[in-house]
Design a binder for this molecule. Sequence first.
Ligand code: DGJ
Length: 737
Amino acid sequence: MKKLVYLSTIFFLALSANAQDPVSPPQTGQRVQPDPDRIITIETGNTSLVLKVSSRDGRLYQSYFGPRLGSTDSFSQQRNESHLAYATFGTDNLFEPAVRALHNDGNPSLELTYLSHETESLGKDATLTKIIMKDPQYPFEVTLFYKAFAASDVFEQWTEIKHNEKKAVTIYNYASSMLHFDAEKYWLTQFHGDWAEEMKARESELTPGIKILDSKLGTRAHMYQTPVFLLSLNEKADENTGQVLAGTLGWSGNFRFLFEIDEKNSLRVISGINPFASEYFLQPDQVFRTPSMIYTFTCKGTGQVSRNLHRWAINHGILDGTGSRYTLLNNWEATGFNFDEKKLTSVLDDTKKMGLDVFLLDDGWFANKYPRNHDRAGLGDWQENKAKLPNGLGYLVKEADERGVKFGIWIEPEMVNPKSELYETHPDWILKLPNRPEHYFRNQLVLDLTNPKVQEFVYNVVDGMLTANPGIAFIKWDCNRMMTNMYSTYLKDKQSHLYIDYVNSLYGVLDRLRAKYPSLPIMLCSGGGGRVDYGALKYFTEFWASDNTDPLERIYMQWGYSYFFPAISVCNHVTSWGKQSLKFRTDVAMMGKMGYDIEVSEMTENELKFSQDAIANYNRIKDVIYKGDLYRLISPYKENRAALMYVNQEKTKAILFSYTLNTRYGETINRVRLQGLDPSGTYTIREINVSNEGRSFMGMRGMTENGRSYTGDYLMNVGINAGSGTPLTSVVYEITK
Ligand code: DGJ
């Protein structure tokens, strides 16, 4: 590994005479003549981030962030020093800081000057640049980390804060990243919603002042706002043109993205954990590490930022991103809490009959004193319910095995119903306020994961179940409420640590579990898509995007997720939500990680046959969907239809999904121009998932392109028929070179 290390000669002196903390700084240096400006360049394949250490004041500034430059020599002459790379509070910064601290002697100001930096190569795709800055008057150190991924054009940035003062230092702000932009206009796209309405995109122009996207929900933290955004410079975001930044925070708790336009129309974007009600008392030598801010920039529009993030996520962001995924049959929509062993055995038969990989047993299988027959009782008591499962989970694992399918199971180990043995035995393990009534959401409370005993309990719930039943092949990890009752008996006088320590404790438990079970597929669920971020996806193979599986709604939702998360991670199940045809429901689910949550025994013979064929099709093409490049062709936000396609890396196979949503009288909307193909290659089109029910070409003879061959050039410039005037119909083409 190649390492380049630089040390500053504008280093600061030992503590000044009037500083009140007599502790020696960890290192000292001598005052010498200032260096000329030092330029630090961090690059991906197509983007340069240029930072500069000013010879005037020793601070670190952002000089440039944009398309990759051939040389950065000219920056040493640039005198624009207004964009601090990591702005502090208390001296001369007049805008939002990235970091704010109260020193142990009561001094509320922080100053940071450059100390040293180094860049190391992490194999052929990535470099890690580490820049250390210190307060000249206090032994307080901030290190900025930038991981730059060449091939995917993605930056991962985080910060470490530590000090060696005499007593704890309170930190109030601790951003993961701070970026500056100078454009005429700034367009922000946010993705907000609620339960069953996740990921609704809305674009608005930023105006001078501050706009914040954040969460204060603690757990299930992304229920109203997902920690992602698109920032488009000058023009509104376009799929194929324009300068766009896509950003997302890898943190499963409260996040904050702050956009501030100053009097000169410069924009600063500060991203990280939400500092709301979260001042942190940092002990000497304790390291505060922020989560990673993940971002990518392009001049080629939103399509390219998505492809960048997907490539990065598959290779670096998601557990087993380069692997494959199981298809599931889940019982939640079909049975709810109402099942027994006989019913489940028949669902195992259905799993086999459909050609699916895993039967996933959902909520309701546990608790005896307060049986989990509804959501008002039993949560926390993770023993098989004897009435429903007299022979235990082991029996179902064995039955699954005998049928050649796998068995998966639902858990929600971070939560408790007040009507449970866990609540009765360990009232002090639960977040609840002294002198206040308990506040419930879905009749449950959050366990205090900051308490090591609770961490041990949660670990043992999972480990105990997997040890007793080694055949369990899949887990769905749910989390059905946000945090209220914000008080931890364990944290005592450090209540403001709760939001942060909770998430870090959860990661601690997941680290332990992943050390023992490195590759077990686990679906991340949070009452729908309430916990969707790359902090969690390091531990999870996929996520449940929403409880709303109505395919019309899903087209918008999955469209939203597709900006930031690759199809391999987005679980889409065919269910009975919505009135659309089975074909339409299947075609919508297929654009991601397809599964089923449906009563198979109620299917007609035709429906069963259609589904079996669709699953076989899916197994043949899923690798292209999981790992191909995504091209969003026609947005449902702009037209009465939606179309998107995936193309494999070799450009030999593509899958096109086209959905007609609604139509006006006389409207013909069927032509789609493809993208991402080899222009000189010849491609043959095969229509798959053909069914007369809900098929877009119903009654339109000759409209299907099935069996025809075209050049890539033709497909991309002239286009093909892939839709109809009939609302809620769809077509899927497998396109092979
Ligand atoms: C919420 C999840 O989103 C559903 O899929 C289901 O698992 C229920 N919880 C079970 O309680």
